[in-house]
Design a protein. Structure first.
Length: 678
């Protein structure tokens, strides 16, 4: 039974579910606890939704029922710490009219505009008042309306005189109907099938929730009475329209179809499905856009991959637990939960992915690695699959390598002008060792590829040693490490030096032998680029000396170290600005700067309500000059190297991050989170 944390403070009983209330097990546990409260005479209930990511129609109905029961006993029901998505659900279903809701943050006022304020005002005049269109636009639209019979809004949107979003917002104010950004979490999958596909597509509507005898319906045309009458007859429910864009309705309708899984169906035909797909699936390509009529498991995997690629996810995690399977996407370095299939479905999903990666589906005791290449949305995307056996089953991680999103241009690395100029000077050197440092996932490989693309020419011999080869580049000779047959970084590097290279890229320096050969290659007239796992640029010097590289050799071979981190950027759709507080002014010594304006995101569907969308890199570049060479020869400690950096005034990662925050590209909180500062 899923845990529901119960606590008593005075006359109030707090119940805190520890999971999604779409999950039947969590909901059943909550019902048991509420019934227990009724039996004990506890009538002042506070439901803490801090750990609840989503809710269902059944929960909404129960909330109203519990509120009525408590009210009849002289009690009350209060909801606290609801996330923005749940707040919006309570608003559009009007459940918040019956139950007191206290959000975890101060939300925008969700009270719908009073239609009486717009009495006898034409829609065109309202659009002009909001400065969304000009009087000239309205006059031309009215002329076209008289000639064609089309609706005013359709004409304005088709002509590009007003965006659909702004039009629907004004229309919603006029009619007193909520406007929403329709996205996953704002609809109940168990209700999405209440209408036939034909009706949803014909009227461009999408069912969101059902609360007792009322159906909350997303539409872009709230005045289509014919559609509402037909839906009312088919469902027997009263219709409450909610405004949403046509594009969003169509997208969520497609996702509801893709994720419509019948567990008994796939359990019955699982073996047959996998055998058929195994015998017909091409070795390298799976055109997932074309496989739409296969088994539910196939459709679900296809939909997950398509959505991850569309949203720009770097990784897909499938993690089993005792009661459910958790699916998460890593977006801009942060994991977001997107789906919770039943636990019984997890083995089938794992087997399907193993079939696609040509792995052994019968081997569940040992980790396996594989590769899947799919074509979707008109482009090829590589997926690196890794399995790891656990106590509840195998965890799957898919690394998404979308070549269309790769940054192979040095101008797109988001370096400051000064850092880019310094980096290019290092690349123009005829020989030496250049290192890129940072933790896993900090964009080191992307920086190396951009450097190789800058250096790439028919006049140069460029060789890479990688594990694995992530992006294929013309002219460059790329080689993949194969440890299973003894083909290590060091062994390939020895042979590469006999291939007359000008430039060598070593994917990563992991041990002493590779480091020694890389240093020797840099000393014998080659430009060597590689990565190293250290937190700052000076750490690369200390790490190589610790590996056993002689300081006098390192001082001659090393010409520069680039340390980097990826920081999330403020979402452009929900970006707002504010004046820095006195505490921030004092902390960062901005007293002479006057009024300092910073940026942050409020949270919106585009950024999964995080306030961030996309990432940029911040850098620090340590160039090796004669003074630093003399210091390296003395076998310096990390403290000695840090003192040298302070004396030279080198801009650190933190300094570079603060510059991005002042420019409104990111936030101070994000810089502090990513770059440790002492």
């Amino acid at each position: 039974m899923t845990e529901i944390v119960r606590s008593r403070i005075g006359v109030n009983t707090y119940l805190a579910p520890q999971g999604s209330l779409v999950d039947s097990i969590t909901l059943e546990s909550l019902q048991d606890e509420v019934n227990r409260s009724f039996e004990s005479g506890e009538i002042q209930l506070i439901l803490d939704l801090n750990k609840v990511p989503s809710i269902s129609s059944r929960v909404l109905e129960l909330l109203v029922e519990w509120r009525d029961q408590l009210l009849s006993k002289g009690g009350s029901l209060t909801l606290v710490n609801a996330n923005p998505v749940i707040i919006e659900i309570l608003y559009i279903t009007e459940v918040d009219k019956y139950i007191k809701v206290l959000s975890r943050d101060t939300q925008d006022d969700k009270t719908p505009s009073d239609p009486s304020r717009y009495l006898n005002q034409r829609l065109g005049n309202l659009l002009i008042q909001e400065q969304f269109v000009t009087t000239e636009n309205i006059d031309k639209a009215l002329q076209l309306q008289a000639a064609t019979g089309k609706r005013l809004g359709t004409i304005l949107i088709d002509k590009g005189w007003v965006s659909e979003t702004n039009f629907l917002k004004v229309l919603g104010k006029q009619l007193g109907i909520p406007y929403i950004n329709l996205r996953p979490g704002l609809w109940d999958s168990s209700i999405s099938t209440i209408l036939s596909r034909d009706i949803c597509q014909r009227f461009m509507v999408f069912p969101l929730f059902k609360v007792h005898k009322k159906l909350i319906l997303a539409t872009s045309d709230p005045q289509d009475l014919h559609a509402f009458d037909e839906i009312r007859k088919q469902t027997g429910l009263a219709i409450k329209p909610v405004l949403a864009k046509n594009e969003e309705i169509a997208r969520q309708f497609k996702e509801s179809i893709d994720s419509d899984i019948n567990i008994s169906e796939y359990l019955t035909d699982l073996e047959e499905d996998f055998e058929v797909m195994d015998s017909t699936l091409p070795n390298d390509y799976a055109a997932i856009d074309e496989i739409s009529s296969g088994s539910p498991v196939i459709n679900l995997i296809n939909a997950l991959i398509q959505r991850a690629i569309r949203d720009g996810a770097s990784d897909i995690h499938l993690e089993p637990s005792r009661t459910k399977c958790r699916v998460r996407f890593r977006l801009d370095g942060i994991l977001y939960e997107v789906m919770n299939p039943a636990a019984d479905l997890h083995p089938a999903l794992v087997s399907r992915l193993k079939v696609m990666a040509n792995l052994d589906i019968a081997e569940r005791r040992l980790p396996q690695d594989g590769r899947i290449q799919v074509t979707t949305q008109g482009r090829a995307v590589d997926l690196r699959l890794s399995t790891l056996p656990g106590i509840f089953g195998e965890k799957i991680v898919l690394r998404v390598l979308d070549k269309n999103r790769s940054l192979l241009d040095i101008d797109k690395l988001s370096m400051t002008q000064q850092n880019q100029s310094t980096f290019i000077k290092l690349l123009k050197r005829s020989h030496g060792l250049i290192l890129v440092t940072g933790p896993t996932g900090s964009g080191k490989t992307t920086t190396l590829y951009a450097a190789l693309n800058y250096l790439n020419s028919i006049e140069k011999s460029i060789v890479t040693i990688e594990d694995p080869v992530e992006y294929q580049v013309d002219i460059i000779n790329q080689n993949q490490v194969k440890e299973m047959i003894g083909l290590s970084f060091a062994k390939i590097l020895k042979h590469v030096l006999r291939q007359d290279p000008d430039i060598i890229m070593v994917g990563e320096i992991r041990e002493k032998e590779t480091a020694e050969i890389a240093v020797q290659a840099a000393l014998t007239g080659h430009l060597v680029l590689s990565t190293l796992h250290t937190n700052e640029s000076t750490g690369a010097v200390a790490r190589l000396i610790e590996m056993g590289i002689e300081p006098y050799l390192l001082s001659s071979a090393l010409i520069g170290v680039i340390a980097q981190r990826l920081i999330r950027t403020v979402c452009p759709e929900c970006k707002t600005t504010y004046v820095a507080s006195p505490e921030e002014i004092e902390r960062f010594h901005w007293q002479q700067e006057g009024v300092v304006r910073l940026s942050k995101g409020r949270g919106c569907p585009l950024c999964y309500d995080s306030g961030y969308k996309g990432r940029i890199a911040c850098h620090e570049i340590l160039t090796v000059n004669p003074k630093l060479q003399r210091l390296i020869v003395k076998n310096p400690t990390q403290d000695d190297l840090n003192e040298f950096v302070k004396e030279t005034g080198m801009k650190t990662l933190y300094d570079d991050g603060i510059v991005r925050a002042l420019a409104g590209k990111t936030t101070l909180e994000e810089v502090t989170r990513v770059v440790s500062y002492e």
